[in-house]
Ligand binder design. Structure first.
Ligand code: SF4
Length: 400
C-alpha cells in the first residue's frame, strides 16, 4: 500500500482575523475535549475499516489554531495515531501555530511528543498591517516564538507571510522580508491576500474604508521576494514556497504539502477536512458541533455498517475520481512544483499513456507563449517558466 499523509483539522481560534474564511470558529473552546474524542474516534474508524494498517509518512495539524489545544489533547491524538497507523521512521509532523501565545514550555512539550516541524503565521512585520489583518501578535512575539522553538529543539520552522495587503508598499514588504530573513527560518510560504466574501475585510472594502490591493504591486512584491530569498540561499520549489538546504543537503520542503501537489493519497480528519484515498475524494461536515454529534452519538453505532473506507460517519460528500479527472488534477497540482514539475516518465507509468498523447496541443501552445518549458538537461520534466509562475492560472486552465 502507498504511504499516506494525514491531515488533522482543529477548527478553533480565540479570535477571527479580518481576512479569514477558513473553517474555524471563535468562542467554542469548551467543545475541545469532545472534539478531540470525536477526532480519535474518526481516526480509529478509518483504521478499523481499512483492510491493512496504513503507512503514514506525514502528519499535518492545521486549522484554525491548533496551538490552542492543551498538550494533553495532543497526547490523546498521538496515542491513537501511533496505535492504529504504521508510522514511518522519518515521519514529518507539522503543527500550525500563532506566535501570539506560544511559550517555551508548551513548545518543548510538543517537541517531546514528536512534533518536528513548526509553521508560524507571522504574516507581516508592520504593526499597521497586522492591525488591519486583526492579528493578535507583534514582532516581539514572533521573534520570541522562533527563538523558543529553536531552544525547544525544532529544527524545521516555516514562516507564513502575506503580500498584497491594502496599502502595503514594496518598501513595507521589504521590511517584512528583512525581519523574517533575520529570523533564519528553514522554509517560507508566501501568500497573496485574497479578499473573500463574508469577511470583515470584504465589508470594509465595500464600505470604501480600505482600498483594493493593486495586482501589479502584488506582482512586484512577489518578484522582490523571489530575488531576496534567492540571495539568502532559499530555493523555490513551489509557486508559493521556498526552502533552504538541510544538514543532509536535501531541500527542507514541506513533505506533507508535496503529497498534495503530487496528487498522492491523504486522509483528512476533523470538521470540514478533505481527504483523497482509494480513488475517492471525501469532505467532512463543517461545524464542530455536528462533527462531534456524528461521531459520538449512539445512532452512529447502529448505522456505521453502511459506511466504508475512506468514508466515516462525518463524511458528507464522496466523489469518485475517474482516471481522466486524476490526470487533470495531477497536471494542475504538479505544475505548481516549480523545480520538479511533471515528469514524462512518471506520468507514463502512472497513467499508461504519454503526456503528449493527452495534452500535446496544450503543451505546444504554452511552450510557444513562454509559459511552460522542458528542463534543459534531459527534457524529462515539464514546468512553469518564471513568466508562467506569475500567470499560473492561465496555464492551469488549459488542463481543465
Ligand atoms: S488564526 Fe488563522 S485560522 Fe484563525 S482566524 Fe486567523 S487566519 Fe483564520
Amino acid at each position: 500500500m502507498k504511504s499516506h499523509s494525514v491531515y488533522l483539522h482543529i477548527p478553533f481560534c480565540r479570535h477571527l482575523c479580518s481576512y479569514c474564511d477558513f473553517n474555524t470558529y471563535a468562542g467554542l473552546e469548551e467543545h475541545i475535549p469532545a472534539y478531540i474524542q470525536a477526532l480519535c474516534t474518526e481516526i480509529e474508524f478509518v483504521a478499523e475499516y481499512c483492510e491493512q494498517q496504513i503507512p503514514v509518512h506525514t502528519i499535518f495539524i492545521g486549522g484554525g489554531t491548533p496551538s490552542i489545544l492543551p498538550v494533553r489533547e495532543f497526547g490523546k491524538i498521538f496515542q491513537t495515531i501511533s496505535r492504529v497507523f504504521d508510522i514511518q521512521e522519518h515521519v514529518e509532523i507539522t503543527i500550525e501555530a500563532n506566535p501570539g501565545r506560544l511559550s517555551y514550555g508548551y513548545l518543548k512539550s510538543l517537541r517531546d511528543l514528536g512534533i518536528n516541524r513548526l509553521s508560524l503565521g507571522m504574516q507581516s512585520a508592520i504593526p499597521e498591517e497586522l492591525r488591519l489583518l486583526d492579528r493578535q501578535h507583534d514582532n516581539y512575539r514572533t521573534e520570541k516564538a522562533v527563538n523558543d522553538a529553536r531552544r525547544a529543539g525544532f529544527g524545521n520552522i516555516n514562516l507564513d507571510l502575506i503580500f498584497g495587503i491594502p496599502d502595503q508598499t514594496p518598501l513595507s514588504w521589504q521590511m517584512t522580508m528583512d525581519l523574517a530573513l533575520s529570523l533564519n527560518p528553514d522554509h517560507f510560504s508566501l501568500y497573496s491576500l485574497s479578499i473573500e466574501p463574508g469577511t470583515p475585510l470584504n465589508d470594509w472594502l465595500g464600505e470604501g474604508l480600505i482600498s483594493e490591493p493593486d495586482s501589479d504591486i502584488a506582482a512586484e512584491m512577489y518578484e522582490l521576494a523571489e530575488a531576496r530569498l534567492h540571495e539568502h540561499g532559499y530555493q523555490q520549489y513551489e509557486i508559493s514556497n521556498w526552502a533552504r538546504k538541510g544538514d543532509g543537503l536535501g531541500l527542507m520542503s514541506c513533505q506533507h504539502n508535496l503529497q498534495y501537489w503530487r496528487n498522492l493519497p491523504y486522509l483528512g480528519f476533523g470538521a470540514g477536512a478533505h481527504g483523497y484515498a482509494g480513488e475517492n475524494r471525501t469532505v467532512n461536515v463543517s461545524r464542530p458541533d455536528r462533527y462531534i454529534e456524528k461521531l459520538l452519538s449512539s445512532e452512529v453505532d447502529s448505522s456505521q455498517n453502511d459506511i466504508s473506507y475512506p468514508s466515516t460517519p462525518a463524511t458528507t460528500r464522496v466523489t469518485v475520481i475517474s482516471q481522466a479527472e486524476e490526470i487533470k488534477e495531477t497536471m494542475m497540482m504538479g505544475l505548481r512544483l516549480t523545480g520538479e514539475g511533471i515528469s514524462r516518465r512518471e506520468f507514463h507509468s502512472r497513467f499508461g499513456t504519454s503526456l503528449e498523447e493527452v495534452y500535446g496541443g496544450e503543451i505546444e501552445e504554452l511552450l510557444g507563449l513562454g509559459l511552460l518549458e522542458w528542463d534543459q538537461v534531459t527534457s524529462e520534466r515539464l514546468r512553469l517558466t518564471p513568466k508562467g509562475r506569475l500567470l499560473g492560472n492561465q496555464v492551469f486552465q488549459r488542463f481543465i
